[in-house]
Write a protein that binds this ligand. Structure first.
Ligand SMILES: NC(=O)c1ccc[n+]([C@@H]2O[C@H](COP(=O)([O-])OP(=O)(O)OC[C@H]3O[C@@H](n4cnc5c(N)ncnc54)[C@H](O)[C@@H]3O)[C@@H](O)[C@H]2O)c1
Length: 328
């Protein structure tokens, strides 16, 4: 049995590939390296550098005896999706349709899918449970929500089962593996880039939100805990479990100001932060209820506190100030 991991050279994908290999799975990675890194793929995995839109999926399924797919490959920037809706619907939604149809034709009936908190839009209440209304506010969120609906339709029509994992803010790293996005848009790596002297300062978008300190509140989930959830989702499907949509977060919200304060403590750097206007479309608070993932998958996050998440990210960025070193 071999798992096909699309986007396995990316941030979350490469951690999950490493976790799969560590428990003895055979892994094939399909990645076009548009945002991923060859060096992020462990050498024990087979790497196919290919574009999901035109890769020979039937050939890959047959040659490698694929029994399940974990589908990370996507474009991931909310603001970019507003500028480039075609790219996002094509890359995220149409490619998911192509992949799941190829799975159906090959008789591969299990897929773990990277979805997102962005499917909910502005939450009516926190913590957000999976049955919260879906009102994605960007082409990115819509592209993922449409993909979930494709998976639901393929379940009904063809029995292809799925677990759609709706991540909140993936974060943290390891000494040899971590976040390396160009451009970087995520809060923790941006704060750490200031500490590394790669940026003079960082922006805080809005200090007048209806939150305790006026800055946006988010739910940060450590990358190792995310990877573990994927393995559990795969086991769930392999043991005949039903299709699921599950939130993955810590259930604890931290404000932008708290994250910057933690980065200052961890790095010993002042990390100057400049107040800037709110960005359109940013919800003030996004916190997950992951009660369903805990109950159904037996999943329990191990890195629940912000300090240890930021420390693990700093270990990576400090040791690898230019990430994997292939984009500088
Ligand atoms: N990082 C987060 O906080 C977060 C939150 C919610 C959801 N997600 C989702 O998780 C998944 C992984 O996110 P990430 O942060 O690891 O992003 P990433 O950009 O690091 O990884 C995505 C990978 O997919 C590859 N890829 C993209 N389009 C491709 C294509 N057409 N063909 C082949 N390969 C392609 C890229 O080269 C990259 O290696 C994405 O689907 C993203 O939408 C991420």
């Amino acid at each position: 049995m071999t798992v096909l991991v699309t986007g396995g050279a990316g941030y979350i994908g490469s951690f999950t590939v490493a976790a799969l290999l560590a428990r003895g799975e055979r892994v094939v990675v399909l990645d076009n390296l548009s945002a991923g890194h060859r060096a992020a793929v462990p050498p024990e995995a087979s790497l196919i550098v290919a574009e999901l839109a035109d890769a020979d999926l039937a050939g890959i399924f047959e040659t490698h005896s694929i029994d399940a797919v974990i589908h990370f490959a996507a474009l991931t920037s909310v603001p970019e999706s507003v500028q480039k809706p075609y790219s996002y619907f094509h890359n995220n939604t149409a490619n998911t349709l192509r992949l799941v149809e190829a799975m159906r034709q090959a008789g591969v009936d299990k897929i773990v899918f990277s979805s997102t908190a962005a499917v909910y839009g502005e939450p009516q209440s926190n913590p957000i449970t999976e049955d919260h209304p879906k009102n994605p506010q960007s082409p990115y969120g819509q592209s993922k929500y449409f993909s979930e609906q494709i998976l639901a339709a393929f379940l009904v029509a063809h029995g292809v089962r799925h677990v759609a994992l709706r991540y909140f803010n993936a974060s943290g790293g390891a000494i040899d593996r971590g976040e390396d996005h160009t451009p970087e848009t995520h809060l923790i790596p941006i704060a750490l880039q200031v500490a590394l002297g790669q940026r003079k300062s960082m922006s805080i978008f809005g200090t007048d939100w209806p939150t305790p300190d006026g800055t946006c509140v988010r739910d940060y989930i450590h990358i190792a805990d995310l990877a573990d959830a994927h393995l559990r989702a795969l086991d769930h499907l392999r043991s005949g479990g039903a299709s699921l949509q599950l939130n993955l977060g810590n259930g604890a919200g931290y404000s932008v100001a708290e994250v910057i304060a933690a980065a200052r403590r961890v790095t010993g750097h002042a990390i100057p932060a400049v107040e800037a206007p709110r960005r359109a479309g940013d919800p003030s608070t996004l916190v997950a209820s992951s009660e369903a993932a805990r109950r159904i998958l037996g999943w329990q996050p191990k890195f629940a506190d912000l300090e240890s998440i930021v420390e693990s990210a700093w270990r990576w960025h400090h040791a690898h100030p230019h990430g994997y070193g292939d984009r500088t």
